[in-house]
Design a protein around this ligand. Structure first.
Ligand code: PLP
Length: 451
């Protein structure tokens, strides 16, 4: 065997994520990525491809950075593993917690490390339940989330996620209520932004009223919904929701698994891009640019003070919490983001990327181009004027992604939406290339459909 077949000797044993396992076996149309450098990856057939999805919205500083690889290696030589259980700690985890706290907005000063975004969100729920028990509010347990959300794949994180993702599998019952998606294009295109915001506010207020603020511990929200289709709420949304939740003693958890670490032009998007400071930020992905699995649940001093009371045992722990190699990767990654001024650079290059993609809005099949900076989505529709959707299984995003890959670009399909979240080291020439490849690829698919 050659190419993909040669590297996939274990394909009958590996279970892939979010895939139709049967279809994968039948047509074998997989791509084995075998090497990566900078903004590019190479597949097992030898094709060089622009990594238009930054691994999985995570390789922010680009692939193959020697500084991060060396930091991991050095750390492993010095201290391969120790835990942060009981009274044990180690310098790498402590230093990274200090660094993360120094960059996080407001009083978000205390950090619990996990090894995935899902775990960061589960940890936030556990901490808030514990916090409410200690405050004498044990009934304050329910959680508000939103349709269109993606918060991860553990049982709790999937319950927070939009129900479409757990279809047929079920999720934790009874704990989570999903508010309306902040998705004007699909929910209420006839309304102005202000009118739509009012409607979302009312939905939040009605839901709090119905469930009772005394029973609700948290509101979870991504600054921009990612895997739900890159859905951007109307201007002022987060600030307003922050006010409402604060008035009702409901903790605001900003899921910045994707939006932090430069992707939207700032270390954290909540405060700097959207002007609100949550009670908890969860993050992962760009924290290490994907070089090591690592997440952080960053909590406010107010919550930390309660969970540090004399009578409070913190009954939460994971073997790999603050793993030395992951912490070293995080420190080296943040040093690159800072030393190279990447978030500030993204304010220019990311804006160029955004505008380049928005330029595709003139094409027949492109219903809406949305998102911000290096976090973009393109929704394909049958009819632009009426927003008529393709059938859910038409997978027009998949067809465009395939056409793009043949032209040297990896993009991610989500049904009839295409997602682009590249490394943050794109220069103008590469951004122009991506725009041209997308135009040709979308054109090829719309021509084939006679649109
Ligand atoms: N939250 C958001 C916003 C995400 O996009 C993701 C993953 O894509 C997660 C949480 C879950 O992170 P992980 O896959 O690391 O568990």
């Amino acid at each position: 065997p050659t190419g993909t077949d040669a590297v996939l000797t274990s394909d009958t044993h590996l279970i892939q994520s979010f895939a139709n396992l049967h279809a994968l076996k039948q047509d074998g149309a997989r791509t084995a990525i075998v090497e990566a450098s900078g903004a590019m990856v190479k597949d097992s057939e030898g094709n060089e491809l622009i990594d238009g999805i930054g691994g999985l919205w995570c390789v922010n500083v680009g692939h193959g950075r020697p500084e991060i690889i060396d930091a991991i290696t050095q750390q492993l030589k010095t201290l391969d593993y120790y835990s942060t259980f009981y009274n044990f700690t180690h310098p790498a985890a402590a230093a990274l917690a200090e660094k993360v706290a120094s960059l996080a907005p407001g009083q978000l000063n205390h950090v619990y490390f996990g090894n995935s975004g899902s775990v960061a969100n589960d940890t936030a729920v556990r901490i808030l339940h514990h916090y409410n028990n200690l405050r004498g509010k044990p009934q304050k347990k329910k959680i508000l989330s939103r349709m269109g959300a993606y918060h991860g794949s553990t049982h709790m994180a999937m319950a927070l996620t939009t129900p479409a993702y757990s279809d047929g599998w079920g999720a934790v019952e009874g704990l989570v209520t999903h508010l309306r998606a902040p998705h004007k294009y699909r929910e209420a295109p006839e309304l102005s932004d202000e009118e739509f915001l009012k409607l979302l506010e009312q939905d939040m207020l009605d839901t709090i009223h119905r469930i009772g603020a005394d029973n609700i511990c948290a509101f979870f929200a991504e600054p921009i919904q990612g895997a739900g289709g890159v859905i951007t709420a109307p201007p002022g949304y987060h600030k307003r929701m922050r006010e409402i939740t604060a008035q009702h003693d409901i903790a605001y958890v900003a899921d910045e698994v994707v939006t932090a670490w430069g992707r939207l032009g700032h270390m954290f998007a909540s405060k700097d891009a959207f002007d609100y400071t949550p009670d908890i930020i969860t993050t992962a992905k760009g924290l290490t640019s994907g070089y090591q699995p690592l997440s952080a649940t960053i909590i406010s001093s107010e919550i930390h003070e309660v969970i540090s009371r004399p009578e409070a045992m913190f009954l939460h722990g994971m073997t790999y919490s603050g793993h030395p190699a992951a912490a070293a990767a995080g420190l080296a990654n943040i040093a690159i983001l800072e030393n190279e001024g990447i978030p500030a650079r993204v304010q220019t290059t990311g804006k160029l990327f955004e505008n380049t993609l928005r330029g595709l809005g003139d094409m027949a099949m492109v219903g809406e181009v949305r998102g911000s900076h290096f976090m973009m989505g393109i929704e394909f529709v049958k009819d632009k004027a009426t927003r008529e959707e393709f059938a859910p299984d038409a997978n027009i995003g998949g067809a465009v992604a395939q056409a793009a890959q043949q032209r040297g670009l990896i993009a991610r399909a989500l049904g009839n939406i295409l997602i682009l979240s590249p490394t943050l080291i794109m220069d103008e020439a590469m951004i122009t290339d991506i725009g041209a490849i997308l135009r040709d690829s979308i054109g090829e698919v719309s021509d084939s459909l006679g649109l």
